[in-house]
Design a protein. Structure first.
Length: 274
């Protein structure tokens, strides 16, 4: 009798242990799964997402896309993807007609502003745009994947300073005298260029550099200048961001060049060669 009671006791303990294992195996994972589902990173959206690597591939393949940056003008100027169009979110209703409805629209926005993104997508859809995606995690997601961006060019930034290689007016004059095969790029406004410019220079205004990138030779030495030191620096920085690494920036820009030429002319008149 005692033997049977002992066996029953062992069976009971076995059943209890099986029950504990069951609870550990099925109940605890269920709680974990619930936490994952409710995680903010998994919040579903009512618009399509495109990931940085996918967008990078579309750009490389030159697919029929248009990148729309909905961030502020200030943030766009600091950093943006090449050839993107900046229309701040609040201006989309008024300025959206500059977009091409035949192209796939890729939106860059502040990732935390999901409602604004959703409203912008719906606005575009109401205006005939059917192929729209939003870049995952915005510009931050793009740069985290080490994809290149375009910046305005800040002379006080060590990073931007490292992008610019200068050529002095004297060095430039020597190159001209030696008929060096240079591509001289004037990034000033067209009206200034038409008034006066360096001989044989080509005018592509600074604001058009991204869109007209293909007009600039990649494997020829480039001398770039703006009206002053700041505009010249910004041009040199932007060319670097565009992957054009053969450019040198004329130190001081067109203003300093004019002064250099004027002084040289005066000197030659004062001290004519024998």
């Amino acid at each position: 009798m005692q033997k049977n009671n002992k066996e029953n006791y062992i069976v009971l303990i076995g059943i209890i242990l099986i029950g504990i294992v069951f609870l550990i195996t099925f109940i605890r994972p269920g709680k974990k799964e619930k936490n994952i589902i409710n995680s903010p990173t998994e919040t579903p959206t009512d618009y399509s997402i495109i990931y940085p690597k996918e967008l990078s591939e579309k750009i490389k393949q030159k697919e029929n896309i248009q990148i729309l940056d909905l961030r502020s003008n200030a943030d766009f100027e600091i950093e943006h993807i090449a050839n993107s169009i900046n229309i701040p979110n609040d201006d989309l209703q008024k300025k959206g007609d500059i977009l091409d409805s035949k192209k796939e629209i890729i939106i860059i926005a502040y990732p935390e502003s999901k409602k604004n993104i959703s409203d912008s997508v719906k606005l575009l859809e109401r205006n005939g745009f059917s192929n729209i995606s939003v870049l995952y995690n915005g510009i931050e997601g793009w740069t985290e994947n080490l994809f290149s961006t375009i910046s305005t060019g800040d002379p006080s930034s060590i990073s931007d300073q490292s992008k610019v290689i200068y050529i002095s007016p004297t060095e430039f004059q020597v190159a001209l005298n030696n008929n060096a095969p240079l591509f001289i790029l004037d990034v000033r406004d067209s009206s200034l260029f038409n008034t006066e410019s360096i001989h044989n220079s080509i005018n592509i205004p600074l604001s058009e550099l991204e869109a007209r990138e293909e007009e600039i030779p990649k494997f020829k030495e480039i001398i770039v200048y703006g009206q002053d030191a700041i505009e010249s620096f910004q041009a040199g920085s932007k060319l670097f961001d565009l992957g054009i690494l053969t450019a040198k920036t004329l130190d001081g820009g067109f203003d300093v060049w004019k002064e250099f030429v004027s002084n040289k002319t005066t000197e030659e008149k004062t001290n004519p060669s024998e």
